[in-house]
Design a protein around this ligand. Sequence first.
Ligand code: ZN
Length: 309
Amino acid sequence: MQGYFIFMISNIDQIKAAANIADIISPHIKLKKHGHNLVGICPFHSEKTPSFTVTEAKGIYKCFGCGKSGDAIQFLIDHENLNYIQAIKFIAEKYNIPIEEEKKTYEQPAQRLEKLQPDTIKYFEGRGISNNTLLRFNITETTEWMPKSNADTRAICFNYFKDSQLVNIKFRAKDKDFKLAKNAELIFYNLDSLQDETTAIIVEGEIDCLSMYEAGFYNVVSVPNGAGTGNQQLKYLDNCWQYFDDKEKIIIFTDNDEPGKNLKEELARRLGKDRCMFVDYPDGCKDANDVLLKHGKGMITSMVEQARR
Ligand code: ZN
């Protein structure tokens, strides 16, 4: 097993908490008191009467003219053309907060190259996934100790690549028995597909990602650990932010249930609401794979085409 490390800012939360939104915005826009808020002429659309509203207590701005909204970081990204990390560094400097860097060490998992067994290929066929797609995504199989069955079990390997390097593996056995490789970097599945694209689509699971490919969309990534429950940490987003930096449009295609909706909200908040679009599911469908199976590729295409803010 090979190790490698990357540097990450470990006190991002402390830096974010220090930012006063009026401090950040007022050098760029003249703000006037208006009740509990501050208002000014919106820098994002052309207007004569101020509809750009800053709520200091909540640390947010919102324009009632064009709908642009966000926090201090989002303002720096949208108005000053900084990326996420540059915005964090700008705030740290402004408030004299030393940046703490943490060296994160990850292990590169050993490759599992066993070919898929006929019954696995059949399983995928049943989910509408062709052999061609399985090959394209380098899906393999292995025998691995799995947590739920607490035994060595046959498991499908969803291989996670970053810059063509294998950095993680999601092992998936029967009955929702799955795990990620130990001490491996948490990233989006199919991350490399976002390079040189202006649009990204985010789904909730690997099979949804494969379903999107079946429908002709390749610039699709899936979150590595589903929608989860409770607070959304989105550690994988911290590891991958630079892949989203240059995206003009991000279509969020998470599951059609409560956790999926919460994940959608959190992803949009972190990635910037202005460039995020959302899909409407047909009745009775829970995820992209379900849509593929019940309505076919055409329905996925029209959901993407009709994605809206
Ligand atoms: Zn505006």
